[in-house]
Write a protein that binds this ligand. Structure first.
Ligand code: UT7
Length: 325
């Protein structure tokens, strides 16, 4: 039976110009390139200028995705922006992006699921498109985590970077098989019992400040691989797709050790794993569309390829998606 699917028309990304290497951090705080590379795989990250906001990064990524899709912004009637570092407490950064793109119809809103934000935003847009409520969506992950880091906390400040990535989705009728193009399945989970393990110690309603990121890294690490692999198995069970069918594994880029262990547990060959954590650090909700854009640009991801996306982060939140390019 035919089915409406959210088909990907294009993707794009933007990274701030300024690159900060591990060596530069080691000159400022008690850390080393060796420690950071060994524990995380990160070698450098991009950091936004003071006058460069999350919306600015998001607009550049959205424009790149629209150009890749050969689509005028006016064709978009839904914008879902995943971010934990909005320009303002309100309104949603998504409306600044909508305005920046010259769109004033349809709907635009932010979604907050920290590092899982892009998978949550993708699932949200996919559900809206499949009901027929909207026709074409921009799904964006954009972050300026550099603004919420405690630059004296070596346990966290070396891990994160800034950036944005976006994809364009269009509702299209497909045959209703796993060989269809587009989003085949999405699976989202959260468990607030873990909220104190990764959080920002400020907010409008509690401290009336922005606050800084706090993380019990070891605790997050301990849960990550199990949660990631569980929610991927949910995606496999829902579709009958197996690890062997996957062309590219495009995980959230938090730590190379977590990515390697997840791929190993799922029997996904290392050469199918897209890794950008070395160059981008952890860009939270932006990390998956940034990695996707790299793999599309360099020709690895080709039409018809089956992509497995996953993320896990603060909350805890975690999720997976299977997407045929
Ligand atoms: O994207 C959202 C999800 N977030 C994550 O997935 C992050 C998950 N966690 C991790 O990736 C890892 O736990 C970290 C990379 C954050 C830390 O690695 P770890 O192997 O768990 O190290 P640790 O926190 O247990 O620290 C080991 C040692 C400590 O020293 P002692 O107590 O053994 O003397 C730390 O003080 O490393 C020390 N340390 C550092 N040393 C040099 C912590 N940060 C640094 C640093 N440079 N930047």
């Amino acid at each position: 039976m035919t089915q409406i699917r959210s088909v990907v028309l294009g993707c794009g990304s933007y990274l701030p110009e300024r690159v900060v290497t591990n060596a530069e951090l080691a000159a400022r705080i008690d850390t080393s390139d060796e420690w950071i590379v060994q524990r995380t795989g990160i070698r450098e990250r991009h950091i936004a200028d003071d006058d460069e906001f999350t919306s600015h990064l998001a607009i550049k990524a959205a424009r790149a995705a629209l150009a890749h899709a050969r689509l005028d912004p006016q064709a978009i009637d839904l914008i879902v922006l995943a971010t934990s570092t909005p320009d303002n407490t309100f309104p949603a950064t998504a409306v600044a992006v909508q305005h920046g793109l010259g769109i004033n119809h349809g709907a635009a809103f932010d979604l907050q699921a920290v590092c899982s934000g892009f998978v949550f935003a993708l699932a949200t847009a996919d559900n809206f498109l499949r009901t027929g409520a909207y026709k074409r969506a921009l799904v964006i992950g954009a972050e300026t985590f550099s603004r919420i880091l405690d630059w004296n906390d070596r346990g966290t400040c070396v891990l994160f970077g800034d950036g944005a990535g976006a994809i364009v989705l269009e509702a299209q009728t497909q045959p209703g098989k796993t060989s269809d193009s587009g989003v085949l399945t999405t699976h989202l989970r959260s468990d607030g019992r873990h909220k104190a393990k990764l959080f920002v110690d400020g907010g409008p309603s509690s401290t009336r400040t922005v606050g800084h990121l706090r993380m019990e890294g070891k605790e997050v690490f301990k849960h990550a691989v199990g949660m990631i692999t569980d929610v991927i198995v949910d995606a496999f069970n829902a579709t009958g797709i197996t690890a062997e069918d996957i062309n590219w594994f495009i995980p959230h880029q938090a730590n190379k050790r977590i990515i390697d262990a997840s791929a190993h547990k799922l029997h996904i060959a290392p050469q199918k794993v897209v890794l950008t954590v070395d160059k981008h650090g952890n860009t939270s909700a932006a990390s998956i569309p940034l990695a996707l854009s790299v793999a599309v640009k360099d020709g690895r991801v080709k039409k018809g390829d089956l992509l497995l996306l996953e993320a896990m982060g603060g909350g805890f939140t975690w999720g997976s998606a299977l997407v045929r390019w």
